[in-house]
Design a protein around this ligand. Structure first.
Ligand SMILES: [Fe+2]
Length: 447
């Protein structure tokens, strides 16, 4: 059977290329000087991973400078896993045996390719692999692929979540990249924790209904369990906070990605992001593992939700707030941890294949949404928001998304006006090939 994650938009590349002086339609804003770096699962030719997430990481970079598109390049992340090293050894997990295929971030001048079960892998600005990075020996756990950079303090907050005790360790690194402290979070379980949130005063974890299952045969040892208590954990930021975590039960579900969290005027913690119910998760998992009965897209029944945690009453109000199937929520990261007005996402066809892929903008004040369909046979990547120079409003800026086109066997980087998705793209950069559908990425400004 053809694994869905090796077909169509997900068909892996068989080589590494570098292309220079790319064709640009429209006018690239000179302020977009930096690199868009994206990550994807791209197994070597001849390798069929048992799960989408087991595919080796390949990063794609697009270099923009002063109104020009200087280069595109794609590179495998050179990890022991790429050479076939096993993750589990007699001594336990090998944290360097990473696919490094989930996300790419920069912190304190280091470009890091991330996969949640391992150490990060450092890359050069030209995307060559430097090696595993353990913060000078201070990181002794896995590292989430979704660390949070606090726009006010510059700190990097992250965690290691493991199926083995300790199940959850919280870390904070300074703006200059030193791990300042690490704390074990008591009472955490083996629930899969892919993402989390920070607010001005709190750290927010989600233990969903998907948890460690040693009988799972896909190579990723997790499955849905009705016995797993689904809950939100809220703890104060700073040293000693972990011991004061409080857990709040919520409806069963699986949240992969957080859009944002913040404290409202009443001191409640508001958390938003797309989440799946049991049926949606199981159909999605079948897609990710390439099993019969999978949905038509990687994320089935993934709808935007809101949880409002009231620490005084110990209650959580929970709502599904939209009916589009979406994933890859992003915001203007200057608002990370503070109340945001706009959320961006990628919309998917529904579970029957109805509808198409698009870029979505939610306005939390008006309650409205804009959907920009990208067209037949096309798939947009996670839309990364970049503020405009001198921005006044939250949505003064650009959305960067790589749109792959199966019919043309090519891709374009679209630079969209985030203030109004219905305006024509600000610019489009022609890439020399179809870019494989990936996971997450970042804009890394030269500034
Ligand atoms: Fe993710």
């Amino acid at each position: 059977m053809n694994k869905p994650y090796l077909t169509g938009h997900f068909t892996p590349h068989v080589d590494e290329v570098t292309a220079r002086d790319l064709v640009v339609e429209g006018a690239l804003p000179a302020e977009l000087t930096g690199r868009l770096v994206r990550n994807s699962h791209n197994p070597l030719p001849g390798v069929t991973p048992t799960h989408w997430w087991k595919g080796s990481g390949m990063v794609h970079g697009i270099r923009l400078r002063d109104g020009r598109a200087e280069w595109y390049r794609n590179r495998w992340v050179r990890t022991p896993a790429l050479d076939g090293a096993p993750y589990m050894t007699e001594k336990g997990p090998d944290l360097t045996a990473s696919t490094a295929g989930t996300h790419v971030i920069e912190h304190a001048g280091r470009l890091l390719a991330l996969c949640e079960a391992n150490y990060p892998f450092e890359l050069t600005p030209e995307l060559e692999t430097v090696g595993a990075y353990d913060f000078g020996g201070k990181l002794t756990t896995m590292m989430t692929a979704h660390p949070k950079s606090d726009p006010v303090t510059g700190e990097l907050h992250f965690f290691g979540s493991s199926p083995f005790p300790p199940h959850l360790v919280y870390h904070v690194a300074s703006e200059t990249g030193e791990i300042e402290f690490s704390e074990e979070v008591p009472g955490a379980t083996a629930s899969l924790k892919h993402d989390f949130a920070i607010t001005e005063h709190f750290v927010v974890f989600v233990e969903g209904s998907v948890t460690f299952d040693h009988t799972e045969t896909s190579g990723i040892p997790y499955s849905w369990s009705d016995d797993q208590v689904t809950r939100i954990g809220v703890m104060p930021r700073g040293r000693g906070g972990a011991a004061r975590i409080r857990w709040f039960a919520i409806e069963p579900g699986s949240l992969l990605h957080v859009a944002n969290a913040y404290e409202d005027a009443e001191g409640r913690i508001v958390l938003e992001g797309p989440a799946m119910d049991r049926d949606g998760f199981r159909r999605s998992w079948k897609w990710w593992a390439g099993l019969p009965g999978h949905g038509v897209v990687p994320g089935s029944r993934s709808f935007n939700r809101r949880w409002v945690v009231d620490p005084r009453t110990g209650t959580v109000a929970e709502d599904v707030i939209d009916d589009l199937v979406i994933e890859f929520p992003t915001i203007n990261d200057d608002l990370l941890g503070r109340e945001h007005r706009y959320q961006y996402s990628i919309s998917f066809p529904d579970d029957r294949g109805v509808g198409g892929y698009g870029v979505v903008k939610y306005d939390r004040v008006s309650g409205g949404r804009q959907v920009l369909p990208v067209g037949d046979g096309r798939l947009p990547s996670e839309a990364v928001f970049v503020p405009a120079a001198g921005a006044v409003n939250e949505d003064d800026g650009y959305l960067l998304t790589v749109v792959s086109d199966l019919h043309a066997d090519a891709s374009r980087l679209l630079v969209l006006d985030a203030a109004d998705l219905n305006r024509p793209p600000v610019a489009a950069v022609h890439l020399p090939r179809r870019v494989v559908a990936g996971i997450h990425g970042s804009w890394i400004s030269d500034n």
